[in-house]
Design a protein around this ligand. Structure first.
Ligand code: ATP
Length: 366
């Protein structure tokens, strides 16, 4: 009988609750015991009351709740081997032999490292006399499965991440609100959206709201030239009768020389052509609220598959990441996907923007 733990880690994203619910119920359905680790890796490091057994009814109502009800955190201690050793100790203490981590690339990097180090962490725990050889024997391998919970949609190898469509929906709703007041006053608005190194939220919301101009890190405009182009586009739209302008700026926007482009930079340019311009930084409203239907079913199907993957895993199976490709739930090697995701940022830094885009679009078929 397997004992499976589930946690949410890193930045919260709508749909994480649906993922936890699916893992809990699929585990119970398959006769496994299931535990929630509170506050991400911090709960592993703390042990005790931070690791609680979950029952069917504990996740009742989870589908329609925003955020993550089992908590999330950024945990510095887990970045140190000492913290990971404590995590291993607390899992073995509870007899847990599988872990589902729902988080972004940082959390999944941590998960991968944890699994790679697992045998040596256990050896150390025996040397430290925390456990005997006989006690650790049943825990020689730890099954780890990743689910990508991130509003940024920045993971390579999967079409969408849990939370991305909810954040997109929220942005579009907010831009519609802004457009209404902008039109009334004939104003221009610069709307800054989240996404760090990934322009997906900016691009998709820009298309969905008919923005005049969109700044994303993967397709940076030419340094020193974008200003005139932006002016020309906005003026042309005004000449055609548009009463407002909307410019969407990804928080990680840059020009092709890697200089950052901030919403204030954009505002300055628009003011130069006489537009009454305001900046709205959407901030954390993008993460808040309940998950849209897409994220609920994505998280549910992926949570179910995470448990299935655990039940099918052998000690030799590389840790899988559950993704979605062309509407099919897929498993891909966690390490490869995290590596690819990190190489996108490296390609951008090397100014190879085409490579960045192709790396993000890379596919894994199991
Ligand atoms: P988001 O995309 O929302 O930022 P994330 O999962 O990438 O989510 P991070 O803050 O990067 O968020 O990581 C979350 C936690 O995962 C960290 O606080 C830390 O506990 C753990 N973690 C991240 N990177 C590593 C690593 N290299 N080694 C061990 N643990 C890590």
């Amino acid at each position: 009988k397997k004992k499976i733990a589930v946690m949410t880690s890193g930045g919260d994203s709508p749909g994480m609750n649906a993922a936890v619910r699916a893992v809990v119920r699929t585990a119970i359905y398959n006769d496994c015991e299931v535990f929630a680790v509170k506050e991400g890796y911090q709960g592993l490091v703390d042990g005790g009351d931070s690791i609680v057994q979950m029952h069917w009814q504990d996740v009742r109502g989870y589908l329609s709740e925003g955020g993550t009800l089992i908590g999330t955190a950024r945990c510095m201690a887990f970045k140190e081997r000492k913290g990971r050793k404590l995590g291993a100790k607390h899992l073995v203490e509870r007899g847990i032999d599988a872990l589902v981590v729902c988080g972004g690339d940082g959390s999944l990097t941590g998960a991968d490292l944890f699994r790679a180090e697992w045998p040596s962490l256990l050896e150390e725990l025996v040397t430290d006399k925390e456990f005997t050889e006989a006690e650790i024997k049943p825990y020689k391998s730890m099954s780890i499965v990743g689910l990508v919970g991130s509003i940024d949609n920045d993971m390579s190898g999967t079409d969408s991440t849990i939370g991305a469509y909810s954040a997109l929906e929220r942005i579009v709703e907010m831009v519609d609100y802004i457009d209404a007041t902008a039109k009334s006053h004939s104003r221009a608005f610069v709307v800054e959206v989240m996404g760090r190194h990934c322009g997906w939220l900016a691009l998709m919301s820009g298309i969905a709201t008919g923005a005049d101009y969109i700044f994303i890190p993967e397709r940076p405009p030419k340094a020193g030239e974008w200003q005139q182009e932006l002016k020309d586009v906005c003026l042309r739209h005004r000449e055609k009768g548009r009463r407002n302008n909307t410019v969407i700026v990804a928080e990680g926007a840059i020009d092709d020389q890697l200089n950052s482009i901030t919403s204030e930079d954009v505002k300055k340019v628009l003011v130069e052509i006489g537009l009454d311009t305001r900046v709205t930084i959407l901030g954390h409203v993008q993460r808040g609220g309940v998950a849209v239907a897409h994220d609920r079913w994505l998280a549910t199907l992926q949570g179910v598959d995470a448990v299935k993957a655990i039940l099918e895993m052998t000690p030799e199976t590389p840790s899988p990441l559950i993704g979605i490709e062309e509407n099919k739930i897929i498993r891909m090697p966690l390490v490869e996907s995290v590596k690819l995701t990190k190489s996108v940022a490296a390609a951008i830094e090397a100014k190879d923007f085409d490579l960045a885009i192709s790396l993000r679009d890379s596919e894994f078929i199991d």
